[in-house]
Design a protein around this ligand. Structure first.
Ligand code: 8YV
Length: 327
């Protein structure tokens, strides 16, 4: 039997997942619901052979400088790895893994939900009832916009973008997308999706825009003030990917000026430090980064992290290595 690796968690995972970690590895759990403070992270970098990290941790050059020789792998609990300096990891010979595929459907589901919630004004309706203000039915009360027949522009047509496109088709939406390159002919045919090489042109013609691209320097402020201004006044924008892709201040400004109709956000430019300008707007549905938060996804993500570590422990190459060519 292979020697158990010393695994340090920086994040609290579901109990069942943690039990398996304890069975398989020499595991140090992080039992606090709050993120691991930076000093503790640096300490962990001195002792762990494998660090189980999350989006809460900044795994940057400074972290890698602090890391001891024993650190072999960062196993990220999540698919996005924009918080990890992959180039530095490679330089140091440290493997980075993520959890692709297992949260695709959940994130697409939540994105579709946000599109409907914003278009059909779910939150305003629900709050009206909760406040005891539903006193009479009226034909003009809380009129939303139908999504059937509308144009959805997906920015980033990877796994999640495609899963969203399938759902949108089922709701009668027309699918358009912008991506670094077009998807395969088979997928394009299946989704009846129109490819836009020019993002500006696509933005100017959509009724709904959904951000489903990875974060990181390549997509930072991809939707800056100038691009956002291309959106039509009746358009809505949803983002379940990474907040840094959109200039949040510019977005809030457009919304306040009624230059766009609504937003549905699950992620923010500065994590939990949300621009106050977004608060108090009836047409802004704001969620706390919960798109992949289902019992099923969290369990599968845990299993994927375990598989990667177990594979390393058994002396093989973990399946979900993030390699620079993917960036
Ligand atoms: C995760 C996510 O919950 O996987 C990702 O990239 O954005 C989320 O859905 C989070 O990153 C956990 O680290």
């Amino acid at each position: 039997m292979s020697k158990k690796l010393k695994v340090v968690m920086t994040v609290k995972l579901p109990d069942g997942v943690e039990t398996r970690f304890r069975e398989l590895f020499n595991t140090t759990l992080w039992l606090n619901k709050n993120p691991m403070p930076r000093e503790a992270l640096f300490e962990a970098a001195q002792t762990a052979e494998v660090l189980v990290s999350s989006i809460n941790d900044r795994i940057d050059a400074e972290f890698f400088e602090a890391a001891g020789e024993q650190l072999k792998m960062i196993a990220n609990f999540g698919v996005g790895h924009d918080h990890i300096d992959i180039a530095k990891a490679v330089e140091k010979g440290i493997i980075v893994t993520n959890t692709p595929g297992v949260l695709t459907e959940d994130t697409a589901e939540m994105t579709m939900g946000l599109i409907i919630a914003v278009s059909r004004r779910f939150i305003e309706g629900a709050e009206t009832v909760q406040r005891g203000e539903f006193s009479a039915w009226s034909p003009t009360f809380l009129m939303g916009r139908r999504i059937y027949g509308k144009r959805l522009g997906i920015v980033g047509m990877g796994r999640i973008g495609q899963a969203l496109a399938r759902r949108a088709r089922a709701f009668g939406m027309q699918v358009h997308y912008h991506n670094r390159k077009p998807v395969s002919a088979r997928i394009s045919e299946e989704l009846e999706a129109t490819y836009w090489d020019d993002l500006d042109q696509m933005l100017a013609r959509m009724d709904v825009v959904s951000i489903n691209a990875p974060g990181g320097p390549n997509t930072f402020h991809l939707l800056d003030a100038e691009r956002l201004a291309k959106l039509q006044p009746h358009a809505i924008l949803v983002n379940t990917a990474r907040g840094q892709i959109v200039d949040e201040e510019a977005l809030a400004h457009l919304l306040r000026e009624h230059k766009i109709a609504g937003v549905g956000l699950d992620v923010y430019e500065r994590a939990t430090a949300i621009s106050p300008e977004l608060f108090g707007l009836p047409n802004a549905v704001l969620l706390p980064h919960m798109a992949s938060s289902t019992v099923e996804a969290r369990t599968d993500m845990g299993d994927r992290v375990i598989l990667n570590i177990k594979t390393l422990q058994d002396g093989h190459r973990p399946p979900d290595r993030v390699i620079p060519a993917m960036l």
